[in-house]
Write a protein of this length. Structure first.
Length: 336
């Protein structure tokens, strides 16, 4: 018996309908390209003042850890990677910038930059620079300013390379996570320890830095659970050691309850219950996810709605900035 003619016609009609139907609206792109001048991206933060602006920076013009004189810049970019503003900073040194945060302090939207990198473990102390965020974005795309406060600090048991920083406004603390320790250790500094910084006072910015008081960071506790999250990375871990699991940045969710930690290969999320300290919360992540590929990811920021994170990597070209949805286990407590 021949197949029913109706069946063939139905299939043909369905194919024609599918081929001729209008295309579904494209989903938002999951990646963007940073401007070419940002080739050593080492931090990322959403602006507290301008909702569609992200802040980032280079570490030290491809020369991390040196004391070579450079002109420090901060870059404001749109979510699609387009340059919006370049802030030239005067009156300070740039040694090895590794993180940036945007927060509101004493009624002022403020950018906090961590000069905290130390690849060789050779620096006795480090610096957090507090810079007023530009209230308006000039048509020229350029602005110049100086830091208004400084928090110079050291670690209680010697130098430590640190690339991850977050601002906990609820407790009034800066959180810092060591990179090259196993396990990494979380430290804190009170925001109240910052002091006014006059960029025009004294002979040079290096002398002003040397004359500033040094505060000792308080150990919070070791961080657990930074293990490879994908099979390939796990299989390679005997050869790579913990290199792909070194923390390179961290960020707090808008509601302050979830701490995201970025490594070269993965994202991890830690949840702090009401009344709980970070020492308990960072023992084990509540969620994790692999990154699209193992790269030199260096910056992490939560979206304002707590539903996704943005990450940036060193280098140039496509995919230098990506947007990743937060796993449901973490999103359910971020307020997203």
């Amino acid at each position: 018996m021949s197949p029913p003619v109706f069946h063939h016609r139905s299939i043909l009609a369905l194919l024609v309908t599918l081929l001729c139907a209008p295309a579904a609206p494209a989903s938002p792109p999951n990646e963007a390209e940073l401007p070419a001048q940002i080739d050593e991206a080492s931090g990322l933060a959403y602006s507290t003042q301008h909702p569609t602006l992200l802040w980032t920076h280079n570490d030290n013009i491809n020369d991390p850890g040196s004391m070579r004189r450079v002109t420090p810049f901060l870059y404001g970019i749109s979510p699609d990677g387009q340059p919006r503003v370049r802030v030239e900073l005067t009156g300070l040194t740039q040694r090895d910038w590794e993180a940036i945060e945007s927060t509101r302090l004493d009624g002022v939207d403020t950018l906090v930059v961590a000069d905290s990198g130390d690849n060789l473990g050779s620096w006795p102390d480090y610096a957090l620079w507090f810079i007023p965020e530009p209230e308006t974005l000039p048509a020229s795309g350029r602005v110049s300013t100086s830091p208004t406060a400084l928090l110079r600090y050291r670690y209680p048991d010697g130098p430590a390379d640190t690339e991850a920083m977050a601002i906990d406004t609820a407790s009034g603390e800066v959180l810092l996570l060591s990179k090259r320790e196993d396990p990494p250790r979380l430290f804190s500094l009170p925001l109240s320890a910052r002091h006014s910084y006059d960029a025009d006072h004294g002979d040079s910015d290096r002398e002003r830095l040397r004359e500033s008081p040094v505060h000792e960071a308080r150990p919070v506790g070791p961080m657990g659970g930074l293990v490879p999250t994908d099979p390939i990375n796990w299989l390679l871990s005997p050869l790579t050691g913990r290199q792909t699991s070194l923390p390179t940045d961290m960020a707090l969710s808008p509601n302050g309850r979830v701490l995201g930690v970025l490594t070269y290969s993965s994202l991890y999320f830690f949840h702090r219950e009401p009344g709980e300290g970070w020492a308990e919360a960072i023992r084990r992540p509540i969620a994790s996810r692999s990154l699209p590929r193992i790269e030199q990811w260096e910056g992490l920021a939560f979206s304002a709605d707590g539903r996704y994170v943005s990450i940036v990597r060193e280098g140039t070209g496509a995919g230098t900035m990506r947007y990743l949805e937060i796993p449901e286990a973490a999103r359910s407590v971020t307020g997203g």
